[in-house]
Design a protein around this ligand. Sequence first.
Ligand SMILES: [Zn+2]
Ligand SMILES: [Zn+2]
Length: 81
Amino acid sequence: MNCPRCGSPISTPPEREWNFQKYRVSRFRCDNGDKFNLYAGATKTFTIPRPSNFKGFCENCKTQNPDHAVYCKNCGTKLGS
Ligand SMILES: [Zn+2]
Ligand SMILES: [Zn+2]
């Protein structure tokens, strides 16, 4: 599993877990300090935030660029590795 914000692999266990409706929720924290929730249900599993929301996100300067951006508008780093 990878962090939906920065894409780095998650190697640590969840900080906490609880039930939400019919989902088992796990709160993870990635090496870069991003926090996200993993919702694991019988029919589907997803994360909040969803990875697609962070397309165009620049890891270098934390700028959110348009989805289609190839280079960060702020610092010029190539996106979408
Ligand atoms: Zn992250
Ligand atoms: Zn940038």
